[in-house]
Each structure stands twice: as structure tokens, then as C-alpha cells.
Design a protein around this ligand. Structure first.
Ligand SMILES: [Zn+2]
Length: 369
């Protein structure tokens, strides 16, 4: 069990560093997106989660606003404009994120308060709401302050709720002159067709395993290929794992820990993340039960004697819970119940794991109740 905390910088620190783009797999897409942006006022960057869509959008915005861009059009990283972007203080850049991400990254808007002042009294929204879009629409009409136009960065567009997306449509269709919109999304099918059709789309391919592993190794990640498999090949998710203290060793030990009734790497995870990881354990356990190779864990990570029927029941239960992942769980109780369910499915074939799992319709465990 590794007790040592990793020293890797937070993904946001890494990917917003100094105007350069330290994520090597995004350099080519950035050049492409810049070329497309010259002819279109609204861009939709389509990228899998965890590969740096926000960093790419920000580099694009910074390059558009840079006062001394290089011959390739990329931001210089040192001019007054670049420094303002870096300080989250550029008057002609509006970064619109879901509230939860605004607080994590300090890209605050309107009446937002910094994390320290808010004091965790209220759970921040994972959506981009109509009030957020109204702050943006008010900003869009103002004249550019530094003479290089204005840029709106909206990430991710899937976070727009229906009202917010409708409110944004008119601006997408007829933006005021010299306003560039940069939207990101991982699944364009989750966007209103009217939003999708008003944007020029740029597809950002994920990095290859070797490229991602080499980059992660340079960030100090040990055995990066283990966590890359765990995270579907998404390098920034690997860094987030590492930040939580989950390294390759703890990940590999997770199925055995769960079979013994211990949370292992799940300790401290919130319910949505715990469910995501349990679904991965369950997937590979089902594969192991029929003698197939796993996808998220190396060979030999699963306990012996797995019973497919119990795993099938567990899988259905996890899927049902995943639909209610945003329910205001009592996190500690819910995690206990999830670990119990995992233990039953992985170690005691024949019993009903669902009996131990939390149920949003009957568990009196709302936060604060
Ligand atoms: Zn610059």
C-alpha cells in the first residue's frame, strides 16, 4: 500500500501553464482549430473526456487574443494579453464552465465566490445554467477592450441545460462582430441539434497509448500503462487518479480489496466516481468469469471462483444506481453499501448483492437528513 502522496502538479496547473501547450497530442489539433477559426465564428471541439479539451480551447482563445503570435498563429505566452489570460483576468475572454468546475479552476463569473468564501455550504451545480448564460450574454454586447476581438470559451457544451442552450442559440447564430465562440463537447449527440449545426466542428483524436504513457512517465507517474487502461486511455484522468493517491499498485489491488470487504482505492471517492470504478471492476470480473481478458485490470487481478450469476445481478444493480448517481447521497453510508455489494458479488456467489446496495427510492439517507 503506498502511503506517499504524489507530487505531480494538478492537471489544471499543468495544462494552463504559461501559454504553451504541454500536452503534445493537442499541438496538431490546435493548429487545425486555429485555421478553422479564421473562417468561422463558432467552433465545436469534439474530444473524449480527460484528454485536455479545456486546455485546447483555452490555448485557442489565447492564440486569438495574443498580441504577438508566432508565425504559426500560436500564442507567444509572454505578451500583456497572454499574461492576462494566464491570470484569468483578460477583459475580452469569457470562460464559461459549470459552477463546480469554475470553483475548482478559479474561472469565476458574475456573482461567483471563491471556494474559500463559499465554505461548502451549497453543492455547486454540474450544469451550465440559464443565469450563467445571461451573465455571458450581457458581456458579449460590450465593446472589446484590447482591440483583438473577444472570445467566449464554453466547456463542456453538454453541461448546458435546455434553458441555457436555448438562451445561447441566438448568439450562436448571429454573434456580435469580432466575437469568437469556442465550445467543447465529448459527445455531440448530447447537444441540441440547433447548437451543433451552428458550429464548425473539429474532431480532436485521443493520444496513442505510447505517447500518453511517455508523457505521464515524464510527469512522474509510475507504470502509467496500468492507469491508462484503468482510465480508458485518458491521460488527464490518470493524473486525477494520482492526485487522489490512487497509483498503479492500489488500482491493481482494488478487486481483491473489495472481495475482502474493504474500499481500497475507493476510499474517499464520491458516489458517481465509486460507481464508475465499480462498473469497471464488474466488467472485468464478468470477463474473468468466462475466461476472457479484462479491459481495465491486468490479468490475475480478479479473485478466483467468480460466479457469473452474482456478477450479472451486481451489474444490473450498479447500472440502476448509476442512473441516480447525482442523488444527494449520504456519501459515507452509500460507499459502505457499495463496498458490501461488491464483496457479496466478488466473494460469495449465490447471494443477492442488490440487497445491500443503497436505493434512492427507499434509503432515508439524504444529506443533512
Ligand atoms: Zn501573447
Amino acid at each position: 500500500m503506498s502511503a506517499e502522496r504524489p507530487t505531480t502538479p494538478a492537471p489544471s496547473e499543468l495544462i494552463e501553464g504559461g501559454g504553451r501547450l504541454p500536452l503534445p497530442w493537442l499541438v496538431a489539433p490546435l493548429t487545425q482549430a486555429l485555421a478553422v477559426a479564421r473562417g468561422h465564428h463558432a467552433l465545436l471541439l469534439r474530444a473524449a473526456p480527460g484528454i485536455g479539451a479545456r486546455a485546447l480551447a483555452l490555448s485557442l482563445a489565447q492564440s486569438r487574443l495574443c498580441e504577438a503570435p508566432g508565425p504559426n498563429g500560436l500564442a507567444c505566452g509572454g505578451c500583456a494579453s497572454c499574461r492576462l489570460v494566464h491570470a484569468h483576468a483578460h477583459p475580452d475572454l469569457f470562460v464559461l464552465l459549470p459552477e463546480i468546475e469554475r470553483r475548482q479552476t478559479a474561472w469565476l463569473i458574475g456573482e461567483d465566490k471563491p471556494e474559500a468564501e463559499e465554505g461548502g455550504k451549497r453543492k455547486p451545480s454540474r450544469q451550465i445554467r440559464i443565469d450563467d448564460v445571461r451573465v455571458l450574454l450581457d458581456w458579449v454586447t460590450k465593446t472589446a477592450a484590447r482591440g483583438r476581438g473577444k472570445v467566449v470559451l464554453l466547456h463542456p457544451a453538454e453541461a448546458l441545460n435546455a434553458h441555457a442552450a436555448s438562451a445561447l442559440l441566438k448568439t450562436l447564430e448571429e454573434p456580435p462582430a469580432a466575437v469568437q465562440l469556442v465550445l467543447t463537447c465529448s459527445d455531440a449527440m448530447h447537444l441540441l441539434p440547433t447548437v451543433r449545426s451552428r458550429c464548425q466542428q473539429v474532431v480532436v483524436p485521443p493520444p496513442g497509448v505510447a505517447e500518453a504513457a511517455a508523457w505521464l512517465a515524464a510527469q512522474g507517474v509510475v507504470r502509467p500503462e496500468v492507469l491508462l487502461a484503468a482510465c480508458d486511455g485518458r491521460p488527464l484522468e490518470v493524473l486525477a487518479c494520482q492526485e487522489r493517491g490512487v497509483d498503479a499498485e492500489r488500482w491493481a489491488a482494488l478487486p481483491a480489496e473489495l472481495a475482502a470487504g474493504r474500499p481500497g482505492a475507493l476510499a474517499g471517492a464520491d458516489v458517481p466516481l465509486a460507481l464508475q470504478w465499480l462498473l469497471k471492476v464488474c466488467h472485468d470480473a464478468m470477463a474473468a468469469a468466462v475466461g476472457a481478458p479484462g479491459r481495465y485490470f491486468a490479468e490475475g487481478a480478479m479473485p478466483d471462483g467468480l460466479a457469473l450469476a452474482a456478477l450479472n445481478r451486481w451489474h444490473r444493480e450498479l447500472q440502476r444506481l448509476a442512473l441516480a448517481a447525482e442523488h444527494p447521497w449520504h456519501e459515507a453510508l452509500a460507499l459502505d453499501a457499495l463496498v458490501s455489494g461488491a464483496r457479496l458479488a466478488l466473494s460469495a456467489p449465490g447471494r443477492r448483492p442488490g440487497d445491500m446496495a443503497p436505493n434512492p427510492s427507499r434509503t432515508p439517507s439524504r444529506a443533512g437528513a
